[in-house]
Design a protein around this ligand. Structure first.
Ligand code: UDP
Ligand code: MG
Length: 318
């Protein structure tokens, strides 16, 4: 019998978790020919999330949990869950039911037949999201795909079902600065895309502020493209050419018409612009440098405080 591990990152999800479990139970009952394992990853929640996970683990042996020592972010939670998973197939799912568990049977069936290695999902609408947010997201995807060789799909959700060998490939990418959407594209494999309309959260609130999304997009750009690093060289060459032309123009003009001292406002503008570009380029270099710095430290991606596996080991010992 095949085993499916479902990895579910949770950060302060006391409201959504019970609803999710109920829904998931229905799907698991439906798929009788598969064994399930639900891996709940508590990403340093400060509410009752961990308690609920422990209860679920007590009453349903299919439920496992991992708990982080603090909030390490969803990417770290995904990594930890994948690492702990044992199934032949691994699904990634949000706990807020924005990734409908009812799609799982269909995803499993596709992997059985068509020679695909994973089934991914994307939403084709963004209903219920502020317009400005949708606009910024779309611009980000256009930009990052223009400058990166790795395809990063617009509207792709993290919800997917993968075969073991793909999970292994993802785990081998043990970088500290993780951007899953890029990592899944980078490892390759045959992907079948399922589409659905955006579904609003079942309960609780989104954890993504505009600032967090901005930082996430910087992660995506620096993680999968080095094109911004060339900006300094390109703009530098452009400005050099421009300055030669300007010098020529000024010399000729002075020789022909004489030199009334004027034009300091334009000078001020030029100084502002050039120093702005310089700072921007230094900033970009700094961004990459800081990522490299963090990578070389080889810090762990997450730190476990508690897990259902610890508990089992303790039981075995006593
Ligand atoms: N999440 C997490 N750590 C975080 C933020 C979010 O594990 O630091 C989890 C969260 O509990 C949820 C999933 O990631 O299961 C998606 O988060 P959310 O629904 O807030 O994001 P959105 O759907 O709005 O993009
Ligand atoms: Mg959500």
């Amino acid at each position: 019998m095949d085993k499916i591990s479902v990895v579910v990152p949770c950060y302060n999800e006391e409201e959504a978790l019970p609803v999710y479990y109920k829904e998931m139970c229905r799907v698991m009952d439906e798929m009788k020919d598969v064994v399930f394992e639900l891996i709940f990853v508590d990403d340093g929640s400060s509410d009752a999330t961990l308690g609920i996970m422990k209860d679920l683990n007590e009453k349903d042996s299919r439920c496992r949990y991992l708990s982080f020592s603090r909030n390490f972010g969803k990417e770290a939670a995904i990594y930890a869950g994948l690492k702990a998973s044992e199934g032949d197939y691994v699904a990634l799912m949000d706990v807020d039911l924005q990734d409908p568990p009812t799609l799982l049977p269909e995803m499993y069936e596709i992997l059985q037949e068509d020679g695909y290695d994973n089934v991914a999902t994307k939403r084709v609408t963004r209903t219920g999201e502020p317009h400005i947010r949708s606009f910024l997201s779309e611009s980000f995807y256009k930009f990052v795909n223009a400058i990166s060789k790795t395809e990063i799909v617009d509207g792709a959700r993290d919800y997917r079902l993968m075969k073991r060998k793909m999970v292994q490939a993802v785990l081998e990418m043990s970088e500290y600065n993780r951007f899953s959407k890029g990592i899944f594209g980078w490892v390759g494999f045959r992907t079948k895309w399922l589409q659905y309309d955006n579904i609003e959260r079942s309960a609780g609130k989104t954890k993504w502020s505009m600032w967090k999304l901005f930082k996430y997009s910087v992660e995506g750009i620096t993680g999968f493209s080095v094109a911004p690093l060339s900006l300094a060289s390109v703009v530098g060459v452009l400005f050099c050419v421009l300055s030669f032309i300007m010098i020529a123009v000024i010399v000729v003009r002075t020789l022909v018409w004489g030199d009334p001292v004027s034009g300091w406002p334009s000078l001020a503008c030029i100084i502002f612009m050039v120093s702005g570009v310089q700072l921007l380029c230094t900033g970009i270099v700094g961004e990459y440098l800081s990522k490299t710095y963090l990578e070389t430290k080889k810090r762990p991606i997450f730190i476990l405080k508690d897990s259902s596996d610890d508990k089992e080991q303790k039981h075995e010992r006593t």
